[in-house]
Design a protein around this ligand. Structure first.
Ligand code: ATP
Length: 509
């Protein structure tokens, strides 16, 4: 695995996985662009998720809902009122910080003084933050007295009272900018699933239990985006809302925890690197009955959330439904006089309308990609003493499945065969196959090690029965064969061209 974030950032830029957004104008904080290899890796991760959670199950439907949503959706979901992080400003330089990030980044003795000042135990960090938020006037004094330093200037700051900062991006819809002509960029894909619940049920005849899966962009105006693609303002999520009969929710919660851990394992992110956090009741989001956070051990950052699996009870459908009063909701919801739909489904036993409970496994694509890269990153010392970087990605995730390399790019007999092989392998539908004639063979191997290409196929003079290229005679047994180099073992095998497609297909599956 990678030993630091810098190692990954540098590989990503060097090889074309990830670039800073709007870079040629100085960059835009919290936005990243996925380059030629990044887009392949990302697509492969999403495809693996979709395969496992939609195609391989018989109780799931897919969805792709719009990104900009009616302001009423985000009002009744609770996001307008509560989707906020506490923020403080440093009056000395007008820099703005997310309160918990600011405090967490201080030296241990400073954190200790903040905790004491606000009357909490430093070991219970969320409680310290909660107390600072609850007593804003005192918080401002405590931060200053404890010597909380500005991350930017390094000086002890003069801090404002913490106040909530709503993270939703708001945008004007249509030509008239009146009071009501605005919508929100969704801060999670989930709300599109809840608002389509009735449509999906009516069009598919689904009965409980079943789920709806969606992959898509979400937007959060993070106060302090940082740590590369770990915390960004434009992110992508892979979310499932699994609807079940109230009372069976706890079992389904356990089911999904197990499923998701084994999915991560199949992507090369082992359980041993994921710590399970059973979120304490006082830290739960407003909608949650119970939440498991999967915390992956990121290089440099340590354990941070890669996926949340929440039991959202009947909160969401209950919040978005009309006729709330007659539905015996378990969750506390605010009154809804705007919705025109009743979000119920027949109970499978009694046939009476019921608002299902929801289990939500919600993973970030960007954080997944970072974890997958980090696990695959390997530095090896070879037998000859040289060092190589190799991405040991699972083959189904590799951006390039096979590179086909003509040993001499100016010999038409060789390039013609190499191009034909590329076309044949591309036709297998395994993903990208690259025709690679951009340099010497050693450099090509090094590059493909670094981007995780499982196999390099080389067409040489022996393939054509032409000898070594410098007047050497050729072994007739090698005619119509190519060299296949294995990324992980470095073994080079001669394979007949006529058998190559089958050979590759078998290895890559
Ligand atoms: P955090 O506490 O780290 O801000 P969160 O608890 O707000 O995350 P959720 O609302 O549970 O996150 O979102 C579900 C998933 O979406 C997270 O597990 C994470 O993988 C991803 N995610 C959330 N916010 C971001 C972000 N700003 N950048 C990248 N991924 C994110």
């Amino acid at each position: 695995p990678a030993s630091s974030m810098e190692e990954l950032v540098s590989l990503c830029k060097r090889r074309g996985f990830i670039f800073q957004g709007s870079e040629i104008y100085g960059g835009l904080q919290g936005f990243y662009d996925y380059g030629p290899l990044g887009v392949e890796l990302k697509n492969n991760i999403k495809a693996a998720w979709w395969r496992s959670n939609v195609y391989e199950r018989d109780d799931m439907e897919g969805l792709d809902s719009s990104i900009i949503m009616h302001r009423m959706v985000l009002r009744h979901s609770g996001h307008e009122a509560t989707f906020a992080d506490p923020m403080v400003d440093n009056k000395k330089n007008n820099k703005r910080y997310r309160l918990d990030h600011l405090v967490k980044d201080q030296k241990a003795d400073v954190i200790e003084r903040v905790a004491q000042g606000i009357g909490e135990d430093a070991a219970n960090f969320p409680a310290v933050v909660a107390a600072l938020v609850a007593q804003p006037a005192k918080a401002s004094e405590v931060l200053k007295a404890a010597g909380v330093r500005d991350a930017f200037s390094g000086e002890v700051g003069d801090w404002t009272e913490p106040k909530p900062f709503n993270m939703m991006f708001k945008t004007t819809i249509g030509p008239v900018a009146d009071e009501e002509s605005y919508g929100y960029l969704r801060p999670e894909t989930a709300q599109g699933i809840f608002t389509n619940f009735k449509n999906v049920v009516d069009s598919t005849s689904r009965r409980l239990p079943f789920g709806i899966a969606q992959i898509g962009k979400a937007f959060r105006n993070e106060i302090t985006p940082r740590n590369f693609i770990f915390r960004v303002r434009e992110l992508e999520q892979m979310e499932i809302e699994f609807f079940c009969v109230p009372g069976t929710d706890e079992q389904w919660h356990e089911h999904w925890l197990e499923k998701r851990l084994s999915w991560w394992e199949a992507q090369g992110v082992p359980r041993s690197k994921i710590a399970l956090l059973d979120v304490p009741p006082e830290d739960l989001a407003h909608y949650s009955k119970r939440t498991y956070d999967l915390m992956y051990d990121y290089p440099t950052l340590g354990f941070e959330e890669i996926e949340g699996i929440a039991n959202r009870s009947d909160y969401d459908l209950g919040s978005h439904t009309k006729s709330q009063a007659e539905l015996n909701l378990v969750a506390t919801v605010t009154e809804n006089n705007d919705s025109i739909a009743k979000l119920t489904i027949p109970h499978p036993e009694t046939n009476k309308p019921v608002v299902p409970f929801v289990i939500e496994p919600s993973a970030g694509v960007d954080r997944a990609l970072l974890a997958v890269l980090s696990e695959a990153f390997t530095k090896e010392t070879l037998e000859n003493g040289s060092e190589r970087i190799v991405l040991k990605l699972r083959p189904h995730l590799a951006p390039i499945k096979v590179a086909v390399i003509p040993l001499a790019r100016n010999r038409e007999e060789i390039t013609t065969v190499a191009k034909a092989i590329k076309a044949e392998l591309q036709g297998l539908g395994l993903g990208r196959v690259l025709y690679e004639d951009s340099g010497n063979i050693g450099k090509a191997y090094r590059r493909h090690d670094e981007v995780g290409t499982p196999y390099c196929v080389t067409v040489d003079f022996d393939t054509l029965g032409l000898g070594g290229g410098e007047g050497k005679t050729s072994d007739p047994a090698l005619k119509d064969t190519v060299t296949v180099r294995d990324r992980d073992t470095l073994a080079q095998t001669r394979v007949k061209i006529s058998e190559l497609a089958g050979w590759i297909r078998e290895k890559l599956n």
